[in-house]
Design a protein around this ligand. Structure first.
Ligand code: AHG
Ligand code: MN
Ligand code: MN
Length: 322
């Protein structure tokens, strides 16, 4: 059994720099995962389900557990000494760490609770994170390719932590009795082609013709492309992408004719998941360019997302070409 602590100690990347700053940061993110998992486990008993009565920067209804997960990250990262700024789906403006001695060099982008429409029905939820090193001028709006760490926590039947930092993808499972994450997968590789297509087809009427045809091609039995793909869609991006990481296939959240950038957010959903998926041999695409190549213009900007097995994502890209 290799604990997260031991795993980090054995990785030179996490020991470089003053006092292994990245190692401290990963440990703090893992602690957030433990605290949020505990809150989710007991939410039905503590009256913390349901809506908070506010809307976030994207105009979406905020759940009480969205607020709670966001506050957990803020409180824990405030103590980390390695983080200077936190950018979260649940905070309109970037939050500057207030500790007087804050000397942190990292910016952390967060979706504190992903899939929060699942909150009331005990379906899977996640937290998605992306770490960037700030440059001397304090800039943290960088391309996904420049991430130092990208990853997610997934709260399903078990709680898992998946991250990539340039040497493949590592997965840890929380042993709740011990309160520690243990390594449960390393060097994952996405099959070049899968059998699952994960997309909310209820939005079909909002897509342009090319996207309609692309998705339909995965639902059609065709001698050229093979049997139709199975439909799987949980409403939690982290859970749907995690399935694809292990089994292959693709997840799409397309842009819409009236909303070309779609719903998902570049910096704390599409980019960290693309970072993980690409280090496992898959692809993350916005249709006409790679997610990891996009220069961000705003912290909360949205982007269309097609992510998963290489051949499946490239097939959609071909269908979308004018
Ligand atoms: P969040 O709960 O952080 O707002 O994210 C929800 C996202 C994502 O997890 C999921 O894949 C997608 O939105 C679901 O949206 P639809 O209900 O529109 O399909
Ligand atoms: Mn989300
Ligand atoms: Mn969220």
């Amino acid at each position: 059994m290799i604990s997260l602590t031991r795993h980090l100690l054995e990785r030179p990347r996490f020991q470089a720099g003053q006092a292994g700053e990245l190692s401290v940061l990963m440990t703090h993110i893992a602690r957030c995962g433990k605290l949020i998992a505990r809150d989710l486990n007991r939410a039905g008993l503590l009256g913390t389900l349901g809506a908070a009565g506010t809307t976030n920067v994207h105009g979406e209804q905020v759940q009480k557990l969205d607020e709670r997960a966001n506050q957990t990250f803020v409180d824990v990262l405030e103590e980390s000494d390695t983080v200077r700024v936190v950018i979260s789906e649940e905070m309109e403006t970037p939050w500057a760490v207030t500790r007087a001695q804050a000397s942190g060099t990292y910016a952390v982008f967060l979706d504190p609770l992903d899939g929060s429409s699942n909150v009331d029905v005990n379906a899977p939820l996640g937290s998605i994170f992306s770490v960037h090193r700030m440059d001397a001028s304090g800039n943290f709006m960088k391309r996904g390719r420049e991430q130092v760490i990208g990853g997610y926590l997934l709260y399903g039947p078990g709680t898992i932590l998946v991250y990539a930092c340039g040497d493949g993808v590592h997965q840890f499972t929380l042993d709740p009795a011990v309160g520690e994450f243990f390594l449960s997968g390393s060097g994952m590789r996405i099959p070049p082609r899968g059998k699952v297509c994960s997309v909310n087809t209820g939005n079909r009427s909002k897509w342009d013709e090319r996207m309609k045809n692309a998705v339909e091609s995965f639902q059609t039995d065709d001698p050229g492309t093979g049997p139709p793909y199975a439909a799987r869609y949980s409403g939690c991006l982290a859970a749907d992408v995690h399935r694809i990481l292990w089994k292959g296939g693709l997840y799409l959240y397309p842009g819409e004719v009236k909303k070309p950038a779609g719903k998902l957010r570049l910096m704390y959903e599409a980019a960290p998941l693309s970072f993980v998926v690409e280090q496992a041999g898959g692809l993350g695409s916005a249709g006409d360019e790679r997610i990891l190549s996009i220069q961000p213009a705003a912290p909360h900007q949205c982007v269309p997302l097609i992510i998963g097995s290489c051949e499946d994502v490239e097939r959609v890209e071909r269908c979308l070409k004018p």
